[in-house]
Design a protein. Structure first.
Length: 169
């Protein structure tokens, strides 16, 4: 039995508390954090993955793979604005990255900006027209835009608005 940090006995068998048990971050280096983040993400714990991957991204801000994993974890944790920010950094650094455009488009759509989302999804679909999920996402966002325009948009041709009168002589 080991003694806990406040002097009480811990009933679980195992080693004594490590010297850095009170530290804010995980043990290891950025590569180990990245590996742990991917493992957490694959096991369905995106919020936990986002936390550890954020630490890795802070230590290695130019790592595209860490940034992408962080953005994916944030997206899966429904942190759409944060995911969009990280996908945007990838797009700015690598404009030919179709997946980053796709991720940015989806993140923008989920955060309530379908007009901007359509732009990035269109680029992703143009870069990889063979990826059906890219074109499906683009069609869905365009349908949302069309639906919103129909409800709140300007009057259609041939219809009168509330301030207009129509003369039929």
């Amino acid at each position: 039995m080991s003694e806990g940090p406040n002097g009480y006995q811990d009933s679980r068998p195992g080693p004594e508390w490590p010297a850095d048990a009170g530290s804010d971050g995980p043990d290891g280096d950025p590569f180990e954090w990245y590996q742990r983040g991917l493992e957490l993400l694959s096991r369905g714990s995106p919020a936990a993955a986002a936390q550890i991957l954020q630490r890795a991204a802070s230590a290695e801000p130019s790592s595209r793979s860490v940034r992408e994993a962080l953005a994916r974890a944030q997206f899966d944790a429904r942190q759409y604005t944060e995911a969009a920010g990280n996908f945007r950094l990838i797009v700015e650094a690598s404009p030919a990255d179709d997946y980053a455009h796709f991720g940015l488009g989806l993140s923008l759509a989920r955060s309530g900006d379908p007009a901007s989302a359509a732009e990035y999804l269109a680029l992703a679909a143009a870069m990889r027209p063979d990826h059906k999920h890219y074109t499906d996402a683009l069609h869905q966002v365009r349908a949302t835009l069309h639906s919103r325009a129909g409800r709140a948009g300007p009057a259609r041709a041939g219809q009168t608005g509330p301030a207009e009168t129509r003369e039929d002589n």
